[in-house]
Structure formats: C-alpha cells, structure tokens
Design a protein around this ligand. Sequence first.
Ligand SMILES: [Cu+2]
Length: 430
Amino acid sequence: MSTRRPSPARKRARAALALTALVGGAAAAAGPVANAAGTAPQAPSAPQAAPCSAAYTIEKKLSGGTTWRMCWHYTTKAGLVLDKITYQPKGEPRPIPVLTTAKLAQIHVPYDDGRAEYDDLTGYSFGEGVANLGTKECPGGTLKKVRLPDVPAVNGVCVTTRARGHAYRLASDDGSGVSTAQGTDLLVYTVNKVAYYEYITEWRFSDDGTISTQVGATGELSPGDYDAADGYGMPLGKNSRDRALSHSHNVFWRLNFGLDGSPKAKVEQFDSTTTPVAGGTPRTKTKRTTVTKELAGNAADQRWWRVVSTAGKNKDNHPRSYELVLGHGSKYPGRPYTKKDVFFTQYDACEQFASHNRSCPGKSVDKWVNGETLKHPITWVNVGFHHHARDEDQAPMPVHWQGFQIVPRDVTAMSPLTPPDFAGHNGAPH
Ligand SMILES: [Cu+2]
C-alpha cells in the first residue's frame, strides 16, 4: 500500500538502527538519558540531582532579565526531548521548576482515502530523520550535535533567540510618555525528515514565562499521491489534473509538569456560562472543577484548563500554575485518541506516545484514561490539521504550523517584565 512513503534514505537509516539494536549499542549513544527503543520507560519523573553535561545544557538569559534553563536529549523515536525546564524571571532568587519533560508524543497521519495511516514517531522512527542544520538556519544561535548510532553526528538542534514583537504598551494618562517593550524568546528547534515531509519542531521560551510549541510541516507533497481519479484530493496541475491526496497531520505532545519541583499537581477545568438578562447585559458565571480522575477532554468555548502546583506559591500567596492555551485545530474523528483535544493521565513510565505505544497495554492515550486518581498528572495535547493541498503547496512546500502554548498564571505576583515605574502597582490600582 505504501509506495507513497519509504525513500531510500529512510530505509538505510532504519536498517542501521536495527543492526545497532541487535548488538546492544544503541541505547548509550544518543544522549545522556536516551533510549533507542523509545517506548521503554524513561528516567523516573522524580527530580534528579545530577545536572546534565555542558553539551546537553541549554541556558539563556533574555533581554528582559528572564533566564530559562533546561537539559535536552534525543531519541530515535521522539526526536528532541527537553528535560528539567526551569524559569527564573528577574527578581526570583531561584529557578522555578516548570516541566520535568516536554516532547512530541506522536504525529499521526491518516490519508483521506483510507488506504494508509502512519504513526510517524513510533512507526517511522521520526528521530532518525534529524536534519543537519546550517549556521544560516540558526541565526545568532548555537548548533548542538545530535549523535545517533552508526551515523555521523549532525548539527541537529538549534538554540537561538527570536524577537516576538510587543511585550506590552501603555501610554501615560497625560500623553507625555509610553511604557513599551519588545519581547524575546529563547527558541530551540529541530528539523526531522519523514519521507517527503520535513517537520520543524519549535519550542519557544518567552521572557514573560510563556512556553509555545509548534510543529511546522514543509518539504514536499508525496509524489506517489497525485491520483486524479479517486475523489480524495485537490488538483495541483492544469485544470483537474494531478490531485494531491488529502490527509491529516494529528500532532500530539506529552508534558510532564514538575511545578516547583514536585510531580504532584492539581488539574483544574474552568467553564463559563453566559445567560441573558432581560433588558440588560448577559451575565457570565464561571465554575471551577478540580479534575480528580483521569480525563479525556474537548476544547469548548468558554473552557480552559490549568495545571496547579501543590508545592509552591507566588509572593501573593497564590498557587503557581500554567494554563493550557490550545491552538486552533481540526480534530480528526477517525480514531479514539484523535477525538479529544487533551488528556490528563496518571503518570505511568511506559505511557510515552499517544498512539502506537507498542510496549504499553492499550497502546494509545485514550485507553489510559480509565478512572485512576490523578496524583501525578501527565498532560497530552492533540492538535490536528486537515491538509487539503493547494497549488502553493508544491515544492518546497510553505510551512504550515500547528501548536499550543502554556501560559504562566500566578507564577509571579506581577509580570516579570513590569517596568520599575509600575513595580508598586500590585493589587488594587493606585
Ligand atoms: Cu500535509
């Protein structure tokens, strides 16, 4: 069925891995805590004392005074994995632990004609297709070496900064001045080639504490899929010729929070209801629900979730939390694990990939939502994209992005970017 997928380079990489795995040399080579099997248990989620070595450390102080620190490693399935991520804004005496592990958890690609369906991470060894990045692709940054078994090391991880536009703006009441600043992100990214596609996996760490992640698909459309006759594609050639087969890219992420250094966290869901008021403005009431058991949830208007620290509070005595801000997606209804936008599961070391997680009973995240009490929640996010190719998508295909953010909520008593003139304005307006 899949003349559309394997390219010679992919086949070579897969053969090399199989050989190394056979002689047992794969696990140690890819990084400090990598494992070539990918689906096997990773390092325990408890805070680890040992820091990562210099080659696997990322640390950046941004212009607003915020420092992000993390370790990274690399696996043949998930690709880039970020560990022990901490955030230290200006004025905080110590780094605030945010995430123990953050990584992609699957790219599921079903084709509209029902003839093929791929799990790119676990079924196609996504991580093996790591691209060698040129210095021009990492402006002002540093390229980190990715070492995989039996192939030369490549400059696979770019660590740099990128402008993000306005951080804030406020004009003074008398019009005499403006307080404004431009924000900066620490950007960490890799490019992974899977057959004809190249996936750019970006992680952005903003000076205001926000973490944004997105996957961009580029490369080229699969040339095996220009089937004019079957009714499942969009014409890219003259008139109705060369119909590129439509398909979905369902991208999953797995976040293991470690807020304030503890794996224990609370998940809260907020739902608002707006009701009309006769002759007046509608009233909106918001209900907070603590999610005590594993949950498969759908995004909805006036709904949001946050993961709340049980170990630390900010200077206002509010528990620290991170809010999930989901990007727009097009959910694929074809599989139970793609039918939901978020999953919160109780930590289990074998549950590493949202689908095709072969070493773990159930094999997909929907099955792991089975009533366990959430003590150490793992957050899974699914963002789908239904790709109807357009003329402009011909090679090299413009990048199309999908992703989400986690946004600090009460991590600090005010924004860490607050300028000195406003530093005393915490609480009621002065
Ligand atoms: Cu596509």
